[in-house]
Design a protein around this ligand. Structure first.
Ligand code: GLN
Length: 468
C-alpha cells in the first residue's frame, strides 16, 4: 500500500474505505526499515504500534474514533511513554524504561494516534546537528551526507523521509524549528506554558516546550489542538483561554532588518525573504521594518541561562536512580563521578561545566543574575515589537543543512541558533514553515513569531497568508 503522505490525506483514504489504520501503520514501519540507513529511529515500537492500530480500527468500526485516527506519529527520544525505553540519546539512560507517559503522549494515544517509535536526537537535546547523539548522526533525507539539524534531527527526518505524518519533539532554543527548516517540513514551538511538559526529560525548564512537526500546517494544527491546554501535573502549563484564529484582511508583518543583514546570512535565503515581503506588500498587507535590539546578546544569554538550568536538571543522573552505573566504583562520590563521567558525552559535559560555573558563588551575579536581567530586556523588547505587528517574519536559520562534521567549533555551532532562541527567551510562539529550495538542492524555512498565546492565529496566518 502507498502510505498517504499527510495525515489529512490518510483521513481521506480512511473515509473512502480504501485502507485502514493497521495497513497505514504497516506501511510506515516498512518505510522506516527501508530507510534504516538514515539512522532516524534508535527503536521502532512495532508491537505497541500494531496493537494500537488494531484498537483504532476497532473503534472506527463502531464510529468512535478519535481526532487523530490514522495519524502515524514519532516521538523524540526525550518524551516518556509508559513501558517503553527512553534515553535522551544518551549512554546515561541506556536500558531505562519509563514507568509513565508524558501528558502529550497520553493525549496522542487517547486521540487514537499511532506512535511508531522514538527518534534520534542530540544527547539531552543539546545541539544543532544531531551529531552529539550516542546513536550517531542522522542523515538528512534530502542528502544523507548532510545533517538534518538538531536537536530534533530524527523527528524532522521521520516526516521528511515520508515515514511519519507527524513528529512530536521539544524546542528549547530552536530544536523543532531549525531541523524543520533543514529538512523542508513545518515545525511549531507553541507559547511557553501552552503545552504540558510533564514527562519530557528536562533540559532547561524555563525554555523547554513541546510541539509538532509535519508536512504542512494543517497537520501541525491537528496535533496542536490535541496536546495543548492545561495539565495539573505541570504547574507552568497555562489556563489562558485559546485565542482567535481570525486573520486580519490587512496583516501587519514586521521584519528585522538586522536579521537580513546578518554577516553569516546566505544570500539566497535573504533574497527569498525579500521576495516574501514584496509579495505581502503586493497583496495589500503592511510590511514594517523593525530595529532588533540586543541581538548580539541572544545567543550568550540563552547559553548562560540554559546551561545553568541544565546543570541543575541533569544532577539527577547520579548512577543510582536511573540508567548507567559505573561498575568499578566504591562509595557514593566515586559512583557519582565515574557514572557521570562514563554516562555523559562531551557536549553534555561541556554544558554542565559551563552551567555549574555560571551558578557558582563567585560568578553567580556576573553571569547568571546578569543573564536573567538581559533575558528580561530581550523579552520586553520582543513583546514590544510583537505588539506593533501581527507577526514577525525572520529566516529560521542563516544557512541550509551542512555536511556532517562541517561545524566542529562549539561556539560556531551555538551561533546557528541566532534567529530561533529569541522565541524561547521571550516565551512566544514561533513556527518554521517550508519556504523553498536552495540552488544547492537543500530546503530552507522561514520563521513566523507571534504574541504569547497567539498560537491559533499564528497557525492560521501560516496557512492562509503563507500557504504552508
Ligand atoms: N541548538 C540549541 C542548543 O543546542 C537548541 C537545542 C534545543 O532547542 N533543544 O541548545
Amino acid at each position: 500500500m502507498v502510505m498517504p503522505r499527510t495525515f489529512h490525506e490518510a483521513k481521506k483514504a480512511l473515509a473512502s474505505g480504501l485502507t485502514n489504520v493497521a495497513a497505514i501503520t504497516r506501511a510506515a514501519l516498512e518505510q522506516a526499515k527501508a530507510k534504516a540507513h538514515l539512522n532516524i529511529f534508535p527503536e521502532l515500537f512495532e508491537q505497541s504500534a500494531l496493537e494500537q492500530a488494531a484498537a483504532v480500527d476497532a473503534k472506527r468500526a463502531k464510529g468512535e474514533a478519535g481526532a487523530l485516527a490514522g495519524a502515524v506519529v514519532s516521538i523524540k527520544d526525550n518524551l516518556c511513554y509508559a513501558e517503553h525505553r527512553v534515553t535522551a540519546a544518551s549512554h546515561m539512560l541506556q536500558g531505562y524504561t519509563s514507568p509513565y507517559s508524558a501528558t502529550v503522549v497520553e493525549r496522542l494515544l487517547a486521540a487514537d494516534a499511532v506512535i511508531i517509535g522514538r527518534t534520534n536526537c542530540d544527547e539531552f537535546a543539546m545541539g544543532s546537528s544531531n551529531e552529539t547523539s550516542t546513536y550517531g548522526p542522522v542523515g538528512n533525507p534530502h542528502d544523507a551526507a548532510r545533517v538534518p539539524g538538531g536537536s530534533s534531527g530524527g523527528a524532522a527526518a521521520s516526516v521528511a523521509a515520508g515515514i511519519c505524518h507527524i513528529a512530536l519533539a521539544s524546542d528549547t532554543g530552536g530544536s523543532i524549528r531549525q531541523p524543520a527548516s533543514f529538512c523542508g517540513v513545518a515545525g511549531f514551538k507553541p507559547t511557553y506554558g501552552r503545552v504540558s511538559r510533564y514527562g519530557l526529560i528536562a533540559f532547561a525548564s524555563s525554555f523547554d516546550q513541546i510541539g509538532p512537526l509535519a508536512h504542512d500546517v494543517r497537520d501541525v494544527q491537528s496535533v496542536y489542538e490535541v496536546i495543548a491546554g492545561p495539565d495539573e501535573r505541570d504547574n507552568t502549563s497555562s489556563h489562558v483561554p485559546f485565542g482567535t484564529a481570525e486573520v486580519p484582511k490587512r496583516l501587519k508583518v514586521g521584519y528585522y532588518t538586522h536579521c537580513l543583514d546578518h554577516a553569516g546570512m546566505d544570500p539566497e535565503i535573504k533574497a527569498h525573504v525579500h521576495q516574501q515581503l514584496d509579495r505581502l506588500r503586493d497583496e495589500g498587507h503592511e510590511v514594517v521594518p523593525m530595529e532588533l535590539a540586543l541581538a548580539d546578546l541572544f545567543v550568550p544569554a540563552y547559553y548562560i541561562l540554559s546551561t545553568a538550568e541544565a546543570s541543575s536538571n541533569l544532577a539527577r543522573f547520579d548512577g543510582i536512580r536511573y540508567g548507567h552505573r559505573a561498575k568499578d566504583a566504591h562509595g557514593v562520590e566515586e559512583v557519582y563521578r565515574k557514572s557521570r563521567s562514563q554516562g555523559f558525552g562531551p557536549e553534555v559535559k561541556r554544558r554542565i561545566l559551563l552551567g555549574t560555573f555560571v551558578l557558582s558563588a563567585g560568578y553567580y551575579d556576573a553571569y547568571y543574575a546578569q543573564g536573567m536581567r538581559v533575558r528580561r530586556l530581550i523579552r520586553d523588547n520582543t513583546l514590544r515589537d510583537l505588539a506593533a505587528c501581527d507577526v514577525l517574519l525572520t529566516p529560521t536559520c542563516p544557512i541550509t543543512a551542512f555536511p556532517h562534521g562541517h561545524i566542529s567549533d562549539p561556539v560556531a555551532m551555538y551561533l546557528q541558533d541566532i534567529f530561533t532562541v529569541q522565541a524561547n527567551l521571550a516565551g512566544v510562539p514561533a513556527i518554521s514553515i517550508p519556504a523553498g529550495t536552495h540552488s544547492n538542492g537543500m530546503p530552507f524555512g522561514i520563521q513566523l513569531m507571534a504574541k504569547p498565546f497567539g498560537d491559533e492565529r499564528l497557525l492560521a496566518v501560516a496557512r492562509q497568508v503563507f500557504g504552508a
